[in-house]
Ligand binder design. Structure first.
Ligand SMILES: [Zn+2]
Length: 178
């Protein structure tokens, strides 16, 4: 499993899309995460029955701040952790992304660890859209036929992003034997 020392390392895991070469960006698709994209600051809104708490992480230096106190923080003092996903994606061709798992320690207000959760590569074959999703936390590769919503689970197949066709061929070769 790939663990990162800091956000700089995590956000530079892959700088460019392996398919179209466009610079990868922090995704705007996570609803529970508001972001200051320009300054690379993540905002985590945590809603409780009575109020919102707001946490921010500056991904430039990992600095954690806590803007509004609420009962939620106290609830978390026992187990003290919040897991948050952060997607880094290609916004041009939309065919590649990777997801980080951020372990936030709410007791100490810091990021405990940053893990590479998964990596997804899309491709079109015979007019069908497929995805190869590598989930590193469970050592599995999911081969997904997007339109048919059909998912085939495989043992982890390493993604060769320098030669994408290699990976696609390997997955296609394994599939007939399942
Ligand atoms: Zn791309």
């Amino acid at each position: 499993m790939t663990m990162f020392m800091n956000f700089t390392e995590a956000l530079n895991f892959n700088k460019k899309c392996p398919i179209c070469n466009k610079k990868l960006k922090i995704s705007k698709t996570n609803n529970d995460l508001l972001k200051d994209y320009k300054n690379k600051i993540l905002f985590f809104y945590i809603t409780t029955f009575s109020k919102n708490d707001l946490f921010t992480i500056d991904t430039n230096n990992g600095k954690f701040s806590y803007i509004e106190l609420g009962p939620f923080k106290n609830n978390f003092k026992q187990n003290g952790k919040l897991l948050q996903a952060l997607i880094i994606e290609c916004t041009k061709c939309m065919m590649y992304n990777y997801t980080l798992q951020i372990h936030i320690n709410l007791t100490d207000n810091k990021v405990d660890c940053l893990i590479l959760n998964s990596e997804t590569l899309s491709f079109i074959d015979n007019n069908e859209l497929y995805k190869i999703k590598n989930i590193y936390t469970t050592d599995t590769t999911e081969f997904i036929n997007v339109l048919q919503n059909k998912i085939t689970k495989l043992p982890l197949i390493l993604l060769d992003i320098k030669n994408i066709n290699n990976t696609i061929d390997r997955v296609k070769n394994i599939l007939p034997f399942l």
